[in-house]
Ligand binder design. Structure first.
Ligand SMILES: [Zn+2]
Length: 108
């Protein structure tokens, strides 16, 4: 059974995959609208996140490219701000996920 990547991200519990600080920072980025969808299909999503002025808690920070994809039906992610082989679910991943959750609600 194929389960689309948007559905996986829509149902993900952010509290279970990230730290509360990343959750807060990511929320701030999303609320300030610093999200740019680059590519989206059933198996891959690419989003540019961030690039705002201010402190981290205000959503400030560099612009990063976040990619979500499926690998053997498992969610994988990569943010250009993360060190190689250290794939934390960072604030950019959080902001991108919040955006996708809201977008998928609009379509229902
Ligand atoms: Zn990041």
């Amino acid at each position: 059974m194929t389960y689309s990547i948007v559905a996986i991200l829509r149902d993900i519990s952010l509290k279970n995959v990230t730290l509360s600080s990343n959750l807060n920072y990511g929320k701030a980025i999303y609320e300030r609208g610093a999200i740019e969808l680059v590519k989206m299909n059933d198996s891959e999503i690419e989003i540019l996140v961030g690039g705002l002025a201010g402190k981290s808690i205000e959503g400030g920070g560099s612009k990063r490219r976040v990619r979500f994809w499926l690998e053997k039906d498992q969610l994988s992610w990569r943010c250009t701000g993360n060190p190689k082989d250290h794939e934390i679910f960072c604030k950019h991943c959080v902001a991108a996920t919040l955006f996708l959750k809201d977008e998928s609600k609009k379509k229902i």
